[in-house]
Structures are given as C-alpha cells and as structure tokens.
Design a protein around this ligand. Structure first.
Ligand code: DAS
Length: 331
C-alpha cells in the first residue's frame, strides 16, 4: 500500500471504454458529429505526454462504444475486469475512460461492487479528441493525478471531470453539451483538481467498495429493472407491460416526495402482487422520498437511474425486500 508521503511513481492501470474522449470527427469545429471511441486511448495520452510523469502505466483498450449503448451486461464485464486488475498487487490504482451519457451509472455500479480501497477514477470528455478545446486530455491528466494520490484511497469510486472530484454516488450529468456538466447534487463535490493539483474537502458518507454487501461472485444473471417516469396523466398501463416484458424490478420516478397518480398506485399494487419489486424515488433533483404505499421501497435521495442500479444489483445478488429497504438507506 502506498503511504501518504510515498514519493515513488504510482502504478496505474488505464481501462479505456470508448466515449467522446476518444471520439473523432472530420472537422475540429464538429463537436457533435463524431464517432465515439474511434481512437485508441493511446491517442488521448499522446496529446498530453506530461501524464507519463504521474505514473507507470498499463494501458488497455477494453471497448470502443458510445456509452448511450452501454448497459448492465457491459457494466458487469467492466466490473469483472476491474476486479481482476485491482487484485494485482503491483497496481496502485485504476483510471477508467468512458462515455459521459451513462458514466454515472457505471461509476455507481462499480462503487457498489468493487471490493477495494484502491483509487478507481472515471473520466471522459464533452468534446471529441479531434475538437478545438477538447477537454479529454486534461480530464484524463487530472483523473490520473487523483488516482495516483494516496489521499484518494478508501473514498470509493470517484469521477473526475472539469477539474472537479465527485463521489460515484453523487455524480450526475446535468448539462446536455457544456464542459461543466457533472455535478454532485445538493451535497456537491468531494474536492477539486487543477492541472494535477489535488485538493479534497470531503469524503463519501454512504457505504461503498470495501464495505459493500454485494459480491461479484454472487452474480450469475442480471435481472431486468425499468424506470417509470411520472408526468401529468402518464399512462399507468405501461407498468404491467414492463412486467410482461420481463422486468423483475421497477423504479418509479415520482412527483415531489415520491407521489404518483391513483391509476399508477393501483398498477404498482398489482405489480407487487405479481412479485415485481418496486422502489420509489423522485423526478426532482434533490431531497429524500417517503413511501406512500406498503411494500413500495423508498430510494432515499438517489436519482431514478441510480436507484435502478442499486435495485438491479440487490435483485441480482438474491437480496430480500427487507435487505433492499436497508440498502437504499445505506448505499
Ligand atoms: N458519446 C456519448 C457517450 O459515449 C457522450 C460522451 O461520451 O460524452 O456517452
């Protein structure tokens, strides 16, 4: 284990998973019409040779897709690869590059599954590698600085974008195209990193990584979990259709503090009578929810997409609804 005052270079593994950071377009002013993951991650590293001074690197192009096409099956493959890499005693930390569209879900999935206290840091970009002012190389440099910093140990999976360090539990993509897109919700970031200078100001307060009760070895098949987003007059008949299509769990993105229409409430009762596990969170951007229906699990202040990750892993690991209610408060 590298101590706080260890001045030797960290040994970092870079696992590249596609995304805009490795995206290429035909023009440097084309910020949107690019092919995600078109370039090998070595091309990103080559833009910023100073990154070699931060660590001794093992570089791996794991997959090259836009993360809008990523889902639980790929996240599980990435988690298994990360677990293998982290078991290597010569590896001090892990940097993962990914698309930003589902980065927060991948990060939380790993935060709940990886049994490690080594730094695991995700990063990406909002502009492709080929663009003027691409943010990818500096984001990667800053992610490497955080992964190489002994202070990052034991803080769970982190996300570094736009000079900001976020916990995987709080990180959320909040803007459609601007560089300052990731935020930490009402509790904000854990710290900042400017041109490689790392400054932590907080630590995660929910359970994660080393303290997790979820085990990769327990996962043999991933269940289907869907999200039903409340809007005025939303058609409640879509809920039984989710179960008909195989959903074992449903997350309700409710109004306000988790409320829903009478019609949706009726369909939720029927879903739970069919054995579908249902959780409720809120379509608002902050605050905790309460449950308005016996058996409907309150998902604390998790976003709908993160409540889905937690419910999906709890079902995959064979946990009981009583366990799940506890998990939503703990993780
Ligand atoms: N191409 C999208 C993705 O892979 C956006 C991005 O990478 O930022 O998520």
């Amino acid at each position: 284990m590298r101590e706080q005052n260890d001045m030797t270079k960290a040994r970092l593994h870079l696992l590249a998973c596609g995304g805009t950071i490795a995206g290429l377009a035909s023009s440097p002013l084309d910020f949107f019409g690019y092919t995600a993951g078109a370039a090998p991650v070595a091309a990103v590293l080559a833009k910023l040779p100073e990154i070699e001074a931060l660590a001794d690197w093992q570089v791996e192009d794991f997959c090259q897709l836009g993360s809008e096409n990523a889902g639980p099956e790929l996240w599980l493959q990435i988690a298994r690869r990360c677990a293998d890499v982290l078991q290597d005693e010569t590896v001090d930390g892990l940097v993962i590059t990914s698309g930003t569209d589902t980065m927060e879900e991948l990060a939380y999935f790993l935060h709940l599954l990886l049994k490690t206290d080594k730094p695991v840091v995700l990063t990406g970009a909002m502009r492709p590698l080929s663009a003027y002012g691409t943010d990818g190389p500096v984001n990667l440099y800053n992610a490497a600085a955080v992964a190489a910093n002994p202070e990052s140990r034991g803080k769970g999976v982190l996300l570094v974008m736009n000079d900001t360090i976020l916990s995987a539990r709080q990180a959320a993509k909040q803007d459609s195209f601007r560089l300052h897109t990731f935020g930490g919700g009402e509790f904000g970031p854990l710290g900042y990193v400017a041109a490689g200078q790392v400054q932590f100001a907080a630590a995660p307060w929910h359970r994660h990584t080393q303290a997790t009760e979820f085990h990769l070895a327990d996962i043999h098949k991933l269940p289907q979990v869907e999200i039903f987003y409340m809007s005025g007059g939303a058609d409640a008949r879509l809920l039984p259709t989710m179960a008909d299509l195989g959903a074992a769990g449903v997350v309700l993105a409710g109004f306000g503090n988790g409320t829903f229409s009478d019609a949706v409430g009726e369909q939720l009762r029927l879903l739970m009578s069919r054995g579908v596990v249902c959780a409720v969170t809120s379509r608002t951007q902050s605050g905790f929810v309460v449950s308005h229906l016996p058996g409907l699990l309150p998902a604390a202040d998790l976003s709908p997409q993160k409540a889905r990750v937690l419910l999906l892993l709890a079902l995959a690991c064979g946990k009981t609804p009583a366990d799940m209610e506890r998990y939503f408060a703990l993780y």
